[in-house]
Design a protein around this ligand. Structure first.
Ligand code: PBG
Length: 355
């Protein structure tokens, strides 16, 4: 019996399986593909000249001293990754309640950006605008006088200054992740006034108050600073149940001048990615956050999930939902796999594998 034939049976008009019959047909009808061009690698920076520090809750990820961070960026660029998002883990002795170190011209992240831009100018460099790596309490802004909330407008002033410093250091996009009201407008104005009309704003527009940020707070030390991984950011980050409110946040950021809008986390918020895609013509970024990465790594380590297939499927779903670019801790590995033609599917029907 030749391939594609079947025992005589029902006279069905519709046999969708015809389009899945061979590897060639499957490739031709494939609707969504993830390429290295879609990927942004988040990287953690630390001071000093020692070895990279592994991050226990994010197997495979490290905190990089600047020299090695630059080497990592060079390799990422060679693999075809287009962007990196740099997060500093500053020494606890530099933290205070108002996050002064964020406004120091020589703070870690600015030194890191300058070094990366000098060595790999073609790589798109993105930095977070938020105070959490710098504050003793781990919140994204300055607290109100009674210490019970983050003060919106006092925080805005600092964020604007932070964004200008990052622009001076050479970033392509500043990425406000703080969720203060009005930050995109205030940052846009500050950047333009300082002569940085070419520096873009990638706004963390629909950022949810998520448990999936746990490992990240380990990585940058904001959890240790606050003494808990369960920092309550519910007065500024979105309630995970609220899709309409997410649409409002996106709309405001677009009106205030964002160049790209972000949904975060990604995997548990595919409906929000789709909604955002439908509501704006701006590029949509999605952040597959630390907890999404760690849960796949953990299950793979236990032998419960196939790492590569789960990884690739998780990213494909985010792209299919409507993301133009994906921030993911898997960026390096996926770019490597794509470049080296690694096949992640082991077909049971070998003759149809297309190899
Ligand atoms: C801080 C910030 C967070 C992440 C990116 N920027 C955590 C938070 O809001 O507490 C999370 C990224 C991740 O979990 O991978 N403004």
């Amino acid at each position: 019996m030749s391939e594609g034939s079947n025992t005589p049976g029902f006279r069905l008009v519709h046999r969708p399986r015809r389009n899945r019959r061979t590897a060639a047909i499957r490739a031709l009808v494939q609707e969504t593909r993830v390429t290295a061009d879609d990927l942004i690698m988040p990287l953690f920076a630390i001071d000093g000249d020692g070895a990279p520090e592994p991050i226990a809750s994010m197997p495979g990820q490290q905190r990089w001293p600047i020299r090695q961070l630059v080497r990592e960026c060079l390799q990422l660029a060679q693999l075809g990754v287009r962007g990196v998002a740099i997060f500093p883990k500053i020494d606890p002795s530099l933290k205070d309640p108002t996050g002064e170190n964020a406004l120091d011209r020589d703070t870690l992240v600015l030194r890191a950006v300058r070094a990366i831009k000098q060595a790999v100018p073609e790589l798109c460099v993105i930095t977070d605008v938020a105070l959490d790596p710098y504050t003793t309490h781990g919140h994204d802004g300055v607290l109100t006088a009674d210490g019970r909330d983050v003060d919106n407008d006092l925080t805005l002033e600092r964020l604007a200054k932070m964004a200008v410093l990052q622009a001076e250091a050479g970033v392509d996009f500043v990425a406000p992740s703080d969720m203060m009201d009005g930050r995109v407008a205030v940052i846009r104005e500050a950047l333009d006034e300082a002569g940085f009309s070419g520096v873009g704003i990638m706004a963390y527009s629909a950022k949810f108050n998520s448990a999936y940020y746990g490992p990240f707070r380990d990585a940058v030390g904001s959890a240790q600073a606050a003494g808990t991984t369960l920092l309550g950011k519910h007065t500024y980050q979105l309630d995970p149940g609220n899709a309409r409110e997410a649409a409002l946040e996106v709309e405001l950021d677009v009106m205030e001048g964002a160049d790209a809008v972000m949904v975060k986390p990604a995997g548990a918020y595919l409906d929000i990615i789709r909604q955002t895609r439908e509501n704006t013509d701006l590029p949509v970024a999605a952040y597959q956050v630390s907890g999404e990465y760690s849960q796949i790594m953990a299950a793979a380590k236990l032998g419960w999930l196939d790492l590569k297939r789960t990884r690739d499927e998780s990213l494909l779903a985010i792209k299919r939902a409507g993301a133009d670019m994906i921030l993911t801790y898997f960026a390096r590995d996926v770019a490597h796999a794509l470049k080296h033609g690694e096949r992640t599917v082991e077909p049971f029907f070998e003759h149809q594998a297309g190899i």
